[in-house]
Ligand binder design. Structure first.
Ligand SMILES: [Zn+2]
Length: 107
């Protein structure tokens, strides 16, 4: 079974115990108990616009680069969309349209 003990990052699924920094950081500098240091720093996501699908692919690639067998990497990566960061936006999963608001706001 591939069930690491302890809390895992709710964005990418990495066990926080494997995080070299012990976890991401909140805006006040305290350690986040939900996200790892790759995903979350100083209270913001390092990749705020990434989708669950992109994160799934990223995690799978990462695991493969760590010499996980492909089937295991895929199985683990498939859990990414069930993590807390992605669950509440499930309704919008199919609307891949970029919001034009972001571009216009840079005036
Ligand atoms: Zn993470």
């Amino acid at each position: 079974m591939f069930r690491p003990k302890g809390p895992a990052c709710q964005s990418c699924g990495m066990p926080l115990s494997k995080d070299p920094l012990g976890g991401g950081t909140n805006a006040d500098g305290s350690l986040s108990s939900e996200y790892c240091s790759h995903c979350y720093r100083k209270g913001v996501f390092t990749q705020p616009n990434i989708t669950a699908q992109e994160m799934t692919a990223l995690v799978e690639g990462k695991l493969r680069s760590m010499h996980f067998p492909g089937f295991l990497a895929r199985r683990f990566a498939k859990e990414v969309p069930t993590l807390r960061r992605w669950r509440n936006k499930g309704a919008n999963q199919n609307s891949a349209r970029p919001s034009s608001g972001d571009l216009q706001a840079r005036a």
